[in-house]
Design a protein around this ligand. Structure first.
Ligand code: PMP
Length: 455
């Protein structure tokens, strides 16, 4: 019946459009009122869109965007296969909006261990579409018009536009490098906050501080002393802490990742953000979470239920099984959370050596799978353009991918517009890559170096 009604309905709509004066021409008529919401002003550019496109077009070796090119662990892939083809067909349907019950339950158990406090899976944990959506929920739920949010530079670039979209004002405080005097390579630990400068950014307008430890892009793992200072200021000024800990397991040289929520006075004011993408080397799954007190998470749930509402059930089920495994192997050598940082530390060391070998001085990261390197010795190949609005490192990274086929991200992409020219001699590499990829990158750099010395 419906099929027979089709043509006549089409005919009716056509007639109606014609009689209402809709021609193909008037359909293209421009609206005269502004279409863009004011909150999008100035935040339309996105570094990843531009650099991912460049990498896709030109790169032979991509050490740009942060994702592993090695497979996710077998136990996780198997868990996904089981979820997909096992007996429970309900895994193909909606699940609980704020997190698939098995996942929030195991996350609560896991974080109880890490934080040393009891957690209610239903109120202290929420699952999000990657850490990205967790961040979005935080800013939308907790930041009001006129609120200030402190962001430590360099920072994962989305913090700034997300604060602005919520009507807040980002206030930046830099990590400042103190190069070692003995000629040794710099470490991410040599980038530090100036305590007086940090304190000067807190005021009655400050609603929150964003902390990212281990930090993308530097790989800095904040020490207990540094976290203590931030915590003290948060408590003193009654400020919230949005703690982006997506690289919590990727810490090297026996360093310890300290959770700021475990410091005195911080649990009640902190939202911890995590990502299965980073934790289980499966960035495409886009499963993330927040852990925190109900008094904060209840507002994040409001944003979640009115935006995304729900994350893919099947991916949540597989991540839950991944965490179950890790819970039973906690701290043991077979644990993925023990094995992955071990493997990544070797890759880091390999890339450090190879960059140092060609004179692109690396800043040794204490955590994450990123490494920032100094491009100064290669500057003669990409001459500076005085007074250009584009920072030098950005032009360098574009030139490098187009001419050498090696993709990396300029450090200036991790600074605010006002401070994007602070450090323009650095680019960021991702070393979560197969040996062959890292070797290919090293070959490109060595060949380049040879060409330079022979010319
Ligand atoms: N925070 C930081 C610091 C990140 O580096 C990333 C990913 N690059 C995210 C959040 C987003 O994580 P996800 O892929 O889980 O959304």
């Amino acid at each position: 019946m419906l099929r027979r009604a089709g043509p006549s309905l089409r005919h009716f709509l056509l007639q109606r459009n014609i009689s209402a004066g809709h021609s193909s021409c008037s359909r293209e008529a421009k609206m005269s009122r502004p279409v863009q919401a004011r909150r999008l002003e100035g935040i339309d550019k996105n570094i990843w869109v531009e650099f991912v496109k460049l990498a896709t077009t030109y790169s032979k070796v991509n050490l740009g965007q942060g994702f592993p090119d090695f497979p996710a662990p077998e136990f996780l892939r198997e868990a996904l296969m089981r979820a997909l083809s096992g007996g429970n067909h309900m895994l193909h349907q909606y699940t609980r909006a704020f997190g698939h019950p098995p996942l929030v339950k195991v996350l609560a158990q896991f974080f109880e261990k890490l934080l040393g406090r009891e957690l209610d899976p239903m109120t202290n944990v929420m699952v999000t579409v990657g850490a990205y959506q967790a961040l979005f929920c935080c800013f939308q739920a907790l930041v009001d018009e006129g609120d200030e949010v402190i962001i430590i530079e360099p920072f994962f670039d989305c913090y700034e536009p997300m604060v602005k979209m919520a009507g807040g004002t980002p206030v930046f405080v830099p990590l400042r490098p103190n190069p070692p005097k003995d000629g040794k390579l710099m470490s991410s630990a040599d980038w530090q906050l100036d305590p007086a400068e940090l304190a000067s950014k807190f005021s009655e307008r400050t609603k929150a501080i964003v902390l990212n430890s281990p930090n993308n892009p530097l790989g800095k793992v904040f020490s207990r002393g540094e976290l203590g200072l931030i915590a003290e200021l948060c408590v003193k000024h009654d400020v919230l802490c949005i703690s982006d800990e997506v690289y919590e397991w990727l810490v090297y040289d026996g360093k310890q990742h300290i959770r700021i929520a475990s410091l005195q006075g911080m649990w009640e004011r902190t939202v911890i953000i995590g990502s299965a993408g980073k934790t289980f080397s499966a960035t495409g799954w886009k499963v993330g979470w927040v852990v925190g007190p109900d008094r904060l998470l209840q507002h994040l749930r409001t944003v979640h239920q009115n935006s995304v509402y729900h994350c893919a059930t099947i991916a949540q089920e597989a991540v839950a099984q991944g965490f179950q495994r890790e819970l039973t192997l906690y701290g043991k050598p077979e644990s993925y959370f023990v094995q992955l940082p071990k493997e990544l530390q070797q890759k880091r060391d390999w890339l450090v050596q190879s960059l140092d070998g060609v004179g692109m001085k690396p800043i040794i990261p204490e955590g994450t799978y990123f490494l920032v390197a100094d491009i100064s010795p290669f500057k003669s190949d990409v001459p500076d353009v005085p007074n250009s609005d584009e920072p030098y490192d950005s032009r360098f990274a574009k030139w490098m991918v187009k001419n050498k086929g090696l993709a990396a991200i300029p450090l200036s992409a991790f600074y605010s517009e006002a401070h994007k020219n602070s450090y323009t001699n650095f680019i960021r590499f991702c070393f979560a890559k197969e040996e062959a990829t890292l070797k290919a990158a090293s070959d490109i750099l060595q060949k380049w170096k040879q060409e330079k010395t022979s010319s």
